[in-house]
Design a binder for this molecule. Sequence first.
Ligand SMILES: Nc1nc2c(c(=O)[nH]1)N[C@H]1C(S)=C(S)[C@@H](COP(=O)(O)OP(=O)(O)OC[C@H]3O[C@@H](n4cnc5c(N)ncnc54)[C@H](O)[C@@H]3O)O[C@H]1N2
Ligand code: MOO
Length: 453
Amino acid sequence: MPKSIKIFIKMTPKTAITPQLCVTILISYISFIPKCYNKNAKRRNMATSIEEALQIIYKHTAPKSLKIVPIENALGYVLAEDITATHNLPPFDNSAMDGYAIKADDAQMSLKVKHTIFAGDNSGEELESGFAIKIMTGAKIPIGCDSVVPIERVQNFDNAITIMDKVKKGSNIRLYAEDIKSGSTLLNKGEKIFAHHVTLLASQGISHIKVYKKPKVAIFASGNELKMHFESVDAHQLYNTNSPTFFARAKELGCDVDFIGTAKDSLENIHKHIQSALDSDLIITSGGVSVGDADFTKEAFGAFGYEIYFDKVDIKPGKPTTFGKCKETLVLNLPGNPLAAALNFEIFAQTIILALKGDAAKYIAPLETKMANDYAIKNGKIAVIPGFFDGASFKAHEKFSPGMIMPLALCNAFIIVDEKCQMLKKDSSIKIISTRFSFNSKEQKELLNRCRI
Ligand SMILES: Nc1nc2c(c(=O)[nH]1)N[C@H]1C(S)=C(S)[C@@H](COP(=O)(O)OP(=O)(O)OC[C@H]3O[C@@H](n4cnc5c(N)ncnc54)[C@H](O)[C@@H]3O)O[C@H]1N2
Ligand code: MOO
């Protein structure tokens, strides 16, 4: 905040509003405007709304460059090209059962059985009336045959069969191209590859595909009090839990992740960590973003040309969340408090990662469910509340605060409520965001639960 604004705040309780003071205030206010990152944020004392913050992220985040991967190693990558079918499937009419290839009109008659056709045989044989050909599942249907009767429905005498029931034409025949037609679009650019997409690609004899490279993410924390989990910790210190959390979650979301280390609360030491992280697409830090005497994170990034796009979000916890760019590297500074850091990672880091991946479904998709019980909300702010979704309803976690680490290990989802929410009634519908599964959408969805008072 500019000094003049601070002066204004300090003076008002005791000072009379004179015309000169009004002019001073006006000038301070006007000089303050260009420093705002966006108009609406200014109205809310510089805190950017969640929606605006997400828009800013989408505006500044583009997918990475491309590479080619074998399909069996393509899981989690996002396609950078459309895939068109070049093979019809099935490639020919074939039998769905082990049985007899017949003409339906020959049912309820005794039919002479010719030889057997197996899957993989390439006989161009023709079936004549009064005959049946024994056929195995997957084998090519002989010319003139319009039905297959399963072995179990046939009476067998020497070299002849009798089919007792009537037969519907087309029975047990899998038709040419009924599954996939050559020339049809199989997968679109922007589609994330799952195991069942590999099935499609293999069915077309596609061995390699063009994908977006995985986002390269660098993680570090800052705080003199922090030790790594592989170090010994004194009574006045604590383990850095944020970095392993971010590392694991960024991996879960399909990134290549580097852990850079735990920085001391000094510009010099944070600079070293930034330097080591700048070859990444995204740096995610935690700690040192508040207003304390040892909070140097943003200042340290400033030495590398940090262009800040927002530096406060209208959300509790997580208000000091900051996003920007140093040259080509995106930077997300999350607060040090572990629960605040982890929850805001889910909203902001996940959004950046999805957009970096080139995923067409880059928007977080909340799930609609209902509240398991009445839940009273006290704080009158836009709030993030962790809880557990059991497949039928959402139960808010009973006791949590921004500095805790236990709640998220016990929770699998969270809700965001607006400042008007005071009570969520049992069975009322609610939008939840999963922390265990990724539900994404091609359209941007409303994440907030807006309450009427
Ligand atoms: N005067 C004010 N004080 C604070 C404000 C404010 O607006 N005015 N905001 C509060 C909020 S909200 C948050 S969140 C924190 C954010 O502070 P920092 O990002 O600067 O975080 P630190 O001070 O470095 O640490 C806060 C807390 O979290 C612990 N921590 C930090 N890093 C880790 C880590 N990697 N693993 C585990 N725990 C970590 C740290 O020990 C502190 O206890 O500021 C409030 N204060
Ligand atoms: O992000 Mo802070 O944790 O709101 O308390």
